[in-house]
Design a protein around this ligand. Sequence first.
Ligand code: ZN
Length: 627
Amino acid sequence: MWVDKIIRQASDDYIVINDSKTPSGRVHVGSLRGVLIHDALYRELSAQGKPALYIYGIDDYDPMDGLPADADPAIRQYMGMPLCQVPAPAGSSATDMADHYISEFLQIFRELGVAAQTYRMRDVYQGGLFNDVIDTLLNQAPLVREIYAQVSGSHRPDDWYPLQVICEQCGRIGTTQVTGYQHGLVDYQCRPDLVSWAQGCGYHGQISPFDGRAKLPWKLEWAAKWHEFGISIEGAGKDHCTKGGSRDVASAVLRRVLRSQPPVNVPYEFFLVGGAKMSSSKGLGASARTMADLLPPEVLRFLMVRTDPKKAVNFSTDAPYLVKLYNDFDRLLHNMQQTETEQADQRLFASARVTADDLPYAAVNFQLLIALLQIPHLNAEQEVAQRLTAAGYRLTEQDHAQIRARIRSARYWLDHFATDEDKFSIQETLPETAQQLDPAQRYFLHHLAVGLVDTDWHEAAIQTRIFTAARHTPLSQAQAFAAIYQVILGKAQGPKAGALLSFLAADFVLPRLRALPYAPVDFVRQVGISPDQFAQQLTQSQAEMSEIQLEPECYADTAAETSVYYAVAAVRYVCKGKTHIRRLLLGTVHEPDTTARDQMITSMLQRHIVNLFNDIDYVVKATVTCL
Ligand SMILES: [Zn+2]
């Protein structure tokens, strides 16, 4: 696992892992990647018995430099003030805006079992924890300016000092500039034109920069945290880790001014979100909360930690992506329940589960759940429990809780992300759209109904029957499934057909399969092939064919002025253990007398097959079947 390489680089006796977040709006799901990468590192260190601590900083002393997407425009007047000084939205129980946004995020920490201990930058500054660093950095301002110029190529004027004071007149922090430092006091001005997103009041003053009256620019704040908290490992999004970027500046300041070593970096790639509704601004948006509502905690953790931080995660709310994600996780659960489990799986499971007490559980297929939840009058939890019990599971209380969690996930997905194609409803009567089915599909449905009469009403048995009926028609599998979906759902796609039919009562399904009339002669005209065409197929697959039976069939076209009868040879054979049927059009007969006609058809069949099967054993059925 990727954690090993990082842990090997951290040599401290006591390892402190840090991550942080500025609560300037609803937290995006991408922020969870850092949280869980660090948590996985912490868990691994703990598992190895190494003393470690995971701390998570809430950067609530940062200025509000943009209006949160969901905020009341009236709070624009607070732009430039520390986030912890901006009022919470109306109706929120939070003490301030920073608290409002971070509370939702920290609730997710609890749900995911993230073991971080949080701290707020307002407490760090106001508690005087950074007083010494602030004093050092102000005294070393020329060196700090030199580092900025050398590392990032940004040149600061000689009267620039690395600090921002909270303006005594207007309360803004983003608009102030310190221009001098002596005898423990800074000179500062609150400039109307310093930044584009906030306007300073123009005040000039002199003040002590300690105990929360000022904060460091964030690159230096980063270095200050590393120095003061003795941080050993801290990853960052790759956008911060470019050459000459903020990480480089912070590291250089730490080494050259504060005289300590930067932590081990874990540069991580982006967490990208696809799926129309998730990425659109009009939908729910890709907030961490939405993600935690969509996925059960262990699946969300699995999603975040299974991928090496160096690789991007391209998440999507589309059905195929989610089904695969769940299937991948369920394979891990399955592997964990074997007598011997590979170490890689054990460690992945250890970093995915919410608590150390969580055991691998009986997983229920996500795709199946999506179908179950759309079947009227069906108790999904009961149905799933029955199926798992029948498969040999002895369900524990934890298993039941997990089943309920997964049902909530599937329900949430159906309500918020499923497209019209994903959704279906069982049609109470034969849908009008089913009329478009062709004669072969209609025959297939009738033939399937016959086969299902004495089939055990279980998913696997029904699915097998469907494949058999398709081979007997013959009809491609896609065409066969489309026919079933059309008569049951009134649409061309649907969930796994065997599963779908198994949830419905046989006395609903069978009449529905027979409901669409079909004319046998139309069917045979569509699927019938000439003996020559069949002869070509024979040369390819002859060696694999066995148990060949020929059945003479007669299809009457009574629509014609005088009835026409199609003479057909139904060739039934076994190939790779499966029976197939091909219908050969031998010719037409105009004989109204049944006995004479049957004789004519039998002799036509004999004539043809002598040529076709000269070297192969076969059996001919004596009686003619009329359709
Ligand atoms: Zn001001």
